[in-house]
Write a protein that binds this ligand. Sequence first.
Ligand SMILES: Nc1ncnc2c1ncn2[C@@H]1O[C@H](COP(=O)(O)OP(=O)(O)O)[C@@H](O)[C@H]1O
Ligand SMILES: O=C(CO)[C@@H](O)[C@H](O)COP(=O)(O)O
Length: 475
Amino acid sequence: MTLVAGVDSSTQSCKVVIRDAETGALVRQGRAAHPDGTEVHPSHWWAAFLRALEEAGGLDDVAVISVAGQQHGMVCLDEAGNVVREALLWNDTRSAQAALDLTAELGGPQAWADAVGLVPVASFTVTKLRWLAEHEPENARRTAAVCLPHDWLTWRLAGALGSGSPDASSWVDAPLPPLDHLTTDRGDASGTGYWSPATGAYRTDILKAAFGSVPLLPRVLGPADEVGAATGGAGRVLIAPGTGDNMAAALGVGARPGDVVVSLGTSGTVFAVTESPSTDPTGAVAGFADATGRFLPLVATLNAARVMDAAARIAGVGLDELSDLALQAPPGADGLTLVPYLEGERTPNRPTATGSIHGLTLATSTPAHLARAAIEGMLCGLADGLDAMGTRPERVLLIGGAARSEAVRRIAPTIFGVPITVPPPAEYVANGAAHQAATLLTTPDWRSEDTKTYEGEALPEIRTRYARATTHILD
Ligand SMILES: Nc1ncnc2c1ncn2[C@@H]1O[C@H](COP(=O)(O)OP(=O)(O)O)[C@@H](O)[C@H]1O
Ligand SMILES: O=C(CO)[C@@H](O)[C@H](O)COP(=O)(O)O
């Protein structure tokens, strides 16, 4: 049996799956937590990866590995390859003003959508670089290269595998490869704001205008390229290009044109696989590339699974009990409406907004009403995202940590107004990375496991009430 490894270095944790390259069967897996916060030193990702890898039984018998990671995070490296400052993550909103400034400077939203497929918001790397140039000029001056979380982890992995030591427990301080060995893929590159999905090329003019200079950028590999072959680095385990986490999820769930995937992780995302690039000057839909040569229009919210974590905390219950409670309250929670902007919001672009609860009465002041309102509010923002995609999907697939909740699965059809297909709970980002790894060896035809379809009467009045509530929020 030939084994491949897939990694998901996401916001809250690192997950490693080891699968049979031919059948896709899960052989072993591991996970380790990341620290909280919206700025994180990348060394924590490396340490978590090594812990998760150890739990997954290591790479001794693995032929190929691929790393997928949270998109957009700004990782700045100095000439020697050392990290210049903590990475600013996709959910760090300090660059909101930079996003407004950059949008105006290039000539407005349409000019950005045409140039790179997206309109700047605080999540995108280009805005974080502008923030760095303005607020930490010394760190900006020391920045010799800029990359993304999956690029950095892939580069560290290449250094460790190339060190000749087979023992992953000695990899914490593995040598750093030269900066020009940094690689990325078109999926993750498309979330920077300085790479065009339509042309497949960096827009260094945009980067220079945003940052004041053009640091070294990772080489953009094709889906079937091998990192070692591209950089001259050698290792006994091949390294696939990797990609952003949403692009890997699309691979993992086997998304095909006509599908829309809704992912409920730390972020909520709604995305589709398309044959041609997209541009949305409203900024709601980011026109990303996928990991196969196609495209991945995507809407993202900052507030998804953690809204349920917060509601569970307030109610003093665990997540399973929160799910039970939500199903005890009536649809619409008797008018209790929760706007879940707990970390500000990205879609709509309200970076300084806070969450709010509307419709409190004596009757709605119960843990069950709160639980239902939290889930409905989280899903309403994503239903708006589905509308913004402007397609009538053949299937809507629900994945991510919060899709494990039975209440989420049952409430989703009432909010989205369409049947919801739920694949069995699994690490679809890591699985997608493993699938990409397998394509370096074979043409994987991994059988997908049985999905479950949830249906329910559409209740548009819940969304109408939610829309009214979003006009009454505090910054
Ligand atoms: N049964 C469940 N019900 C609701 N939320 C859940 C459940 N299981 C896990 N989660 C939540 O899912 C989130 C992690 O999901 P994941 O997709 O791994 O996120 P990320 O990829 O952003 O790190 C956590 O916030 C966790 O509390
Ligand atoms: O910013 C985006 C997509 O544009 C997020 O989806 C990040 O990629 C983080 O993903 P999770 O950790 O929530 O999976």
